[in-house]
Write a protein that binds this ligand. Structure first.
Ligand code: DX5
Ligand code: ZN
Length: 238
């Protein structure tokens, strides 16, 4: 495994009756991060997990916990998620009137600070976050549910963010989330993404989650011509 690219396994499609086993399986199969989708029923229509589940994941695995906050006023809960064991906290620009302040709050608690763009949000809205963020997440579905179809227009949005990060010589992760599978992943990688979230392609793989991880990992490793591969692996951290 190199640290130029990461595969982040979203537990949203896991079998929660066997959560520990599911996480252990994808960890053994070679995922880099565990992605936890937090939804509040306000910013997105669905309601999912809170700090309690993050704390549960923290007891199951040592892997970094990549926590995606799809909630209004995320600053109210950042400390609780950090204390629960989150490694990274990613907040939507749509929910943060002062994104720089929120990213600084995340960093002050020792977590990797990420900023997310929804599909309908102009890419320019990420500009104020670029210098402070250690991860930029470009959604490739409308947030709320796993199992949705990939939005092809998100490929150009990733390219745009990649240009902005490169212009700043930023080593931030460029993460993509939504409909990522063996067909869409190479396109996002080519556009400059370096971190790939997948739920359905892992946990709903007909051959099981380990096979899902392996097929995505093979795609990540087999594609050789990418912008990120030209960059120093040492520039980035988990
Ligand atoms: C959607 C979540 C995603 C979701 C991805 O709102 O942010 O992380 O779990 O699911 P798939 O990989 O099935 O699109
Ligand atoms: Zn997510």
């Amino acid at each position: 495994m190199t640290n130029r690219y990461v595969l982040s396994s979203s537990i949203l499609s896991a079998d929660f009756a066997r959560l520990g086993e599911e996480i252990k399986t994808v960890e053994a199969a070679g995922v880099d991060w565990i992605h936890v989708d937090v939804m509040d029923g306000h910013f997105v229509p669905n309601i999912t997990m809170g700090p309690f589940i993050v704390e549960t994941c923290r007891r199951i695995t040592q892997l970094p916990l990549d926590v995606h906050l799809m909630i209004e006023k995320p600053e109210r809960y950042i400390e609780a998620f950090a204390k629960a064991g989150a490694s990274g906290l990613t907040v939507h620009v749509e929910t943060c009137p002062d994104i720089v302040r929120t990213l600084k709050q995340i960093k002050s608690l020792g977590c990797r600070a990420g900023a997310v763009l929804n599909p309908e949000t102009p890419v320019g809205a990420i500009q104020p976050a670029l210098k402070e963020a250690e991860l930029i997440l470009v959604m490739s579905v409308h947030p709320g549910y796993s199992g949705q179809s990939f939005m092809p227009e998100s490929i150009a949005r990733v390219s745009e963010v990649r240009k902005k990060l490169d212009a700043l010589r930023s080593s931030a992760w460029l993460e993509v989330d939504g409909g990522i599978d063996i067909h869409t992943l190479p396109k996002m990688k080519e556009a400059g993404a370096t971190a790939f979230v997948a739920a359905t392609a892992i946990f709903k793989n007909p051959q099981g989650p380990a096979a899902g991880v392996k097929s995505l990992r093979d795609v990540i490793e087999s594609e050789s011509t990418t912008r990120a591969s030209a960059r120093s692996a040492g520039e980035q951290s988990s």
